[in-house]
Design a protein around this ligand. Sequence first.
Ligand code: MSP
Length: 522
Amino acid sequence: MSRFYYTTPIYYVNDKPHIGHAYTSLATDVLARWKRLEGHEVFFLTGTDEHGQKVEKAAQDAGMDPQSFTDRVSQSFRLLAERMGYSHDDFIRTTEPRHKAACQALWEELVRRDEIYLGHYEGWYAVRDEAFYGPDELVERDGVKYAPSGAPVAWVKEPSYFFRLSKWLPELLRRYELPAGDPDRIDIAPDSRRNEVRGFIEAGLKEFGAGSPKLDLSISRTSFTWGVKVPGDEAHVMYVWLDALTNYITALGYPDTSAERWQFWPADVHFVGKDIVRFHTIYWPAFLLAAGLKPAKRVFAHGWWTIEGQKMSKSLGNAIDPLALVEQYGLDPLRYFLLREVPFGNDGDFSRSALMSRNNGELANTLGNLANRTLSLIQRNCDARLPAPAAVAGADSEFVKGSRHLPETVGTLLDQQKSDGALSVIFASIREANEYITIQQPWALKKTDQERMAAVLRHLHDALRLYATILQPFMPGSMAALLDQLGVPEQARRLEDLSTPLPGGIPLPPPAPLFRKIEDAA
Ligand code: MSP
């Protein structure tokens, strides 16, 4: 048994959750559940990012004090996590005392190691991204300057503490390039993101020269107060990203590195969206290295969802509320669609007709149908009892052999965060099982060869048990229902249990449909 630590970004509480937020956490949930299924110990963290100018402004706009405002919005992210069925072990809020204490301890450690100095910041800042931008990065439209993300920027000039980021850049470049398996490697995936980050650092080093203070990072602000106070200088609050990133170690008990939970550090994968890669692959590992801590092993950046072909935005008012989708289509069809529709890492488009076609074609017609046909035949023709384990005959071997390696294949794909690929191989096998049932015609065998009929149904039952077991991380609710219908006891639903056949003769409950067809996607 090994330990694995997976994290989602912590979500800004300036607005209510949308489908993009649900997505990052969903991908994390699948891997966390998979590793538990493999029998490992997992710590899965999510939460909310509650400080900074952006949140302060949202509270003002809502006419509320920031704490009451964040209490309210944070609750809606907690509810989302619950309704989406995430299996997180902790939900962190950056306004909690444990987090403020961890941030201040990290700050003090950086001061002790001479990694922080006081200066003045002068430059462009985008509140929407909570990010500083160099003049070369900006784009100008109608005389107004914008960040590459499209966020408006403003010129900021104020006293600020700086982190000696410049000092760590060459070390980061070295670590990105270390071979897989090297314990010091910082793995950035997909490859395109690693190249992007490397290019960004190399451009900075080329422009200003290694060690230039121009490459250092402003890590405090004095123009607003909604943040963690800088120890010893309360006119400053910490830069919201230093505060936010620290959540990943707060939850493990930092600064108490003898805490039981600390054993989970370094994180195995930080799941993030492509917009926040720079923070997780440059600033965060640099802060950690500077504090004498190990950086996370891997950062995986997924793409962005558009809605029916359009960018999701407040002004277009097209942000999709995931809870409304759960209500309308059911949780597992939504989980399946989000995980299956788009290669993880690429951008994708959310459309109701695509969700409907995945649900109807793959869940209802392919998996649902296989389960229903098999279990109904067992009900009717085998006295509602599971047939005894059967020998593999010539006509079975391809099908049985094909599915046997699925858990290993799926595990390998999920370790690369290829959840779409994992679902694709599982459903290819389910389609083969449907072909097998059509060719073998167990309903016809009832009259000609009952022994063979029982063997065919048993092979199908074994396959369904395998599918249901390995699909649990993707669709926990409906796969629990399928395992119930298959008569698999609750304590026998891990991967290792698959090697112990269920005894023949156990009674099976009457089957019930697992997925309903969506008739109208509107
Ligand atoms: N608070 C920061 C993260 C701090 S982590 C230490 C933040 N929050 S966020 O709420 O703006 O975004 C959180 C996540 O949602 C990001 O991973 C982002 O990529 C993701 N998404 C936001 N909109 C999205 C889409 N339209 N599509 C897919 N994911 C997107 O950034």
